[in-house]
Design a protein around this ligand. Sequence first.
Ligand SMILES: C[S@@+](CC[C@H](N)C(=O)[O-])C[C@H]1O[C@@H](n2cnc3c(N)ncnc32)[C@H](O)[C@@H]1O
Length: 242
Amino acid sequence: VDGATWDVVASVVQLHARREGRPDRFAMLGLEWELMEGVFAPVYTATTELYTRWIPYPDGGAFLEVGCGAGVTAVVAALRGCRAVTALDISAAAVENTRRNMAAHGVRNRVRVLRSDMFESLGPDARFDVIFWNSNYAHVPTSFVYETELQHAFFDAGYRSHAAYLREGRSRLTAGGRLLLGFSSIGDRALLDRLAAQSGLRVALLRREAVTSPAPIDCQLLELLPALGPAAPGDDGGGSAA
Ligand SMILES: C[S@@+](CC[C@H](N)C(=O)[O-])C[C@H]1O[C@@H](n2cnc3c(N)ncnc32)[C@H](O)[C@@H]1O
């Protein structure tokens, strides 16, 4: 990340690292949530709430949240009518936090939570109608050494996890399923586009909103779609709507 972007990320990380004033409960989307130590705090940035409002949940369908953190999006998906919700996180604290919020909101029968590096803990046949990840979009060098689990919420060394999400995500979808990514202006969009192209995908913008607190960030809900093939002879280039 460049200097200015680094300052923005550093201010958000600093908020998370502060013990003092960090709430162990918070209200969001009309509900009360528990927040455990070491877990991404949805109260410090607007992203969790925005993406959770924007996601087109599959009514009666299967929803996968990668990187569930405290579990807000996964629980809301179950409350909004998803039949089966799977929530994954690389962080053990996030897995436990999501379990507690599932139990508190009475959706234990519809949500399962697994500790997983990307899709690794899923069975080979697991498929979903919508897959979503509010990602750790700050790109740091491959040599970056994670000192805490919480750092996985912000930094993706070498964009290894983004590459895996793009490589495997669409193969985990049902026919007509949708692969979504919560991204922002902090992320490395040029690299994301290159990784998408390597996986035969293109990146489309579904929604965006500029927020100013705790720093100016353009929040974006992206969709990963199959790359457009080469234009057929006689194609007028108009194409069809996504
Ligand atoms: C920006 S936080 C979002 C948390 C939560 N979804 C929310 O919106 O509040 C990103 C989450 O992705 C998780 N994560 C990062 N890399 C991961 C990986 N390789 N596999 C699974 N989860 C990962 C982090 O632990 C973190 O909980």
